[in-house]
Ligand binder design. Sequence first.
Ligand code: 48N
Length: 322
Amino acid sequence: MSPPAATFTLPTSVAGNVVNVKKDLGVKAVIKGQAKTLDELDGKWDEFTFNPIRESQVSRAMTRRYFSDLDYYAESDIVIVGAGSCGLSTAYVLAKKRPDLKIAIVEAGVAPGGGAWLGGQLFSAMVMRKPADLFLDDLGVPYEDEGDYVVVKHAALFTSTLLSKVLSFPNIKLFNATTVEDLITRPDPTVSSPASIRIAGVVTNWTLVSMHHDDQSCMDPNTINASLVISTTGHDGPFGAFSVKRLVSMQQLEKLGGMRGLDMKTAEDAIVKGTREIVRGLVVGGMELSEVDGANRMGPTFGAMVLSGVKAAEVALEVIDE
Ligand code: 48N
C-alpha cells in the first residue's frame, strides 16, 4: 500500500530531447548514446553528460512526495515514536505481519538509528545475547557465534540492514528530523475515573522548531491521528523517555521509576517482559521503559532492544483492534 502517485507532466523543452519517456512517477529519459550499464561508462567520460533537468523538477520531486506522504499518514494506524533499535525492530515485525497497516515512524534526529550505530564506548562490534540471534537470522545479518551470545562485527551493519528493510516496506513512512512534542488524548470511556485518557495520536514539529520554542513564540505543531502509538524514545538524549515523562505531567503516571544501575542479566529480561501498553493507546518499549519501571540498564548489549521490539509489535496487534 503506498500513497497515491503524484502526477505531473515533463516540460516540453526536455521532452523534445528524450528518446524514450515513460509516463510514470519515475519518468526515465534516455538520451541517445548514453551507456546502458555502469561498466559501459568506463572510458566514456569525455562525452559523458547527465540527462537534462530543471531545478523546479527537483523541488517538485521532493515536495510533492513529502506532502503527499504527510497528507496520507495524517491518519495512521500506528505511530512509532523513535527510530532506534527498538522502534525499528517494532516497525520491521509489524510491517511484515500486517502489510495492511499504515505505520508512521517519527524520529527527532536527522539520522535514524538512535544509539545503535556503535557497540559500547564508540567501539564498533555489537553484542546480542541469545535468543536475540533469532532476530538477526530473520533480518539476514551475519554474526560470530560465541555460545551464549553473538557478535555483529559492526553495529552499523545491523542498524543499516534493519533500516533498509524497514524503509523498503510500502506501508511504512519515516518522518525524520521531526519531533513528537505532545500526545493527542481522548477521555477513556472504558475507565471510571474521569481523568483517565486514551492516546489517539501524536503532535509533531520540525525538531529544530521544537528546540526553539523558548526563543520563538507561536510555532504551532502538526498532528498525526492514530489508533495506537508505540513509544521507544530511549532513556536519555535531548528528548529521551518523552512519552512517559509526558504521562507523568498529565497525571496518568504517578511518577517516573528512574533507571537503575547497570546489571545486564536483570535489565534485559525486565525490559522485554515489561514491554506493554502503559495507558490505553500507548505501548512503551526499549530503554524508555526503564524510566517507567525503574529497570536496571544493560549497557552495551542490544538483545533486549530487538526483542522488546518484537514484543511491542505483538502487544500492538493484540490491542489495536480493541
Ligand atoms: O536508541 P534509542 O535511544 O532507544 P532504544 O530504546 O531504541 O535503544 C536503547 C539502546 O540504544 C541503549 O540505550 C543501549 C542498549 N544502552 C543501554 C544502557 O544501559 O545504556 O533511540 C531512541 C530514538 C532516538 O533516535 C531519538 O532521537 C528518538 O528516539 N526520540 C524521539 N523521536 C521523536 N520524538 C521524540 N520526542 C523523541 N525522543 C527521542
